[in-house]
Write a protein that binds this ligand. Structure first.
Ligand SMILES: *[C@@H]1O[C@H](CO)[C@@H](O)[C@H](O)[C@H]1NC(C)=O
Ligand SMILES: *[C@@H]1O[C@H](CO)[C@@H](O)[C@H](O)[C@H]1NC(C)=O
Length: 311
């Protein structure tokens, strides 16, 4: 009997044991054929990414399409548990096109991807239309998060403000083509659409609140000369007042530590509340891997941003 109850305690402990899941985003700055051919650099990039159970990647720039697979292979060499790779098509108005990636270490992240697509940018709003992935939490816990959607972005520096405003069009489109995510929530499809106000004003702010969390993550170029502090204030208090800003100006996300270009915006109280306090920050790769500024710049002109969450 003692043995059986010990076993039971063990089983319960295993079932309820949840370590936090780490989600990170990293702009790899022109990770193309040249960087992919550098084995040491690729190993360093893979090590940095292997810190995350779910990694949201920008700026894969190989015309021959091989670089993402080189990185994927190296990532699975440095990680004990395997990752899956969800790779976007090449996107971009000009000849310099880029791919986005979601790397998912499923055994640790506890999520699986159920769908991904590039936003169908019929109005040509974006230099690089966002890459949208919806993830299912395999064993939903006390957070109550069962599904969530990540919009991976690399906004055009000179149009960052306009493109960020236009992300509400992408959200509206997402809601319209995914009625299934909004029919069993306290917020109906129509309510979600009504609350996602485009071209918001002080008197008509968006208040999108559904229990299908939507995250906008990546390189927004949302600071310094690209988005003034005055416009940042408008975004925070009007256009994106309904989102939690998980990466604020107290951290700098470029390697030179001067600007907060990269951001994580979260709509969904259940998701935002499940984030481990103070885990939302940057990863100082220079310090962590003992690199000089030049070595860190050779990896990327950005450093990763991340948070930990408990499902
Ligand atoms: C928002 O403003 C832009 C630019 O002025 C305009 O093109 C667009 O039609 C407006 N959208 C809505 C929903 O009013
Ligand atoms: C982390 O999140 C908290 C709570 O939302 C916020 O006050 C803080 O500024 C965030 N930290 C960073 C580095 O942005």
């Amino acid at each position: 009997m003692q043995f059986v109850s010990n076993l039971l305690v063990c089983a319960i402990a295993l079932a309820t044991y949840t370590s936090a899941v780490r989600i990170g985003s990293f702009n790899l700055h022109q990770y193309g054929s040249k960087k992919a051919a550098n084995a040491d650099l690729t190993n360093t990039v893979a090590q940095i990414i292997s810190d995350f159970d779910l990694a949201i990647i920008q700026e894969i720039s190989d015309v021959s399409l091989r670089a993402p697979y080189v990185l994927f292979e190296e990532l699975n060499k440095v990680s004990q548990e395997p990752y899956t790779m969800t790779l976007s098509p090449r996107v971009g108005r000009s000849a310099t096109k880029e791919q986005y990636i979601f790397f998912n270490r499923e055994s640790q992240s506890g999520v699986e991807i159920v769908e991904s697509y590039i936003y169908d940018d019929i109005k040509d709003l974006f230099e690089r239309p966002p890459f949208i992935g919806t993830f299912k939490v395999k064993n939903p816990g006390k957070s109550g998060v069962k599904l969530f959607t990540i919009m991976d972005v690399h906004l055009r520096p000179s149009a960052a403000y306009r493109e960020l405003l236009d992300m509400r069009t992408v959200i509206e489109d997402f809601i319209q083509i995914h009625p299934q995510y909004f029919d069993q929530t306290p917020t109906s499809l129509q309510e979600a659409l009504d609350q996602n106000v485009e071209n918001a004003t002080a008197g008509n702010k968006p208040s999108l609140k559904t229990n299908h969390p939507i995250l906008i993550v990546g390189d927004f170029n949302a600071d310094c000369s690209y988005i003034s502090t005055k416009r940042q204030q408008l975004l925070r208090t009007i256009d994106y007042v309904d989102f939690t800003w998980a990466i604020n100006n107290e951290v700098k996300t470029n390697t030179r530590q001067t600007c907060t270009y990269d951001r994580i915006l979260i709509n969904g109280a259940n998701f935002a509340n499940a984030i481990v306090p103070k885990s939302n920050t940057t990863v100082n790769i220079q310090e962590k891997y003992g690199m000089t500024l030049q070595e860190a710049l050779d990896v990327s002109d950005h450093i990763p941003i991340k948070f930990d969450i408990e499902w």
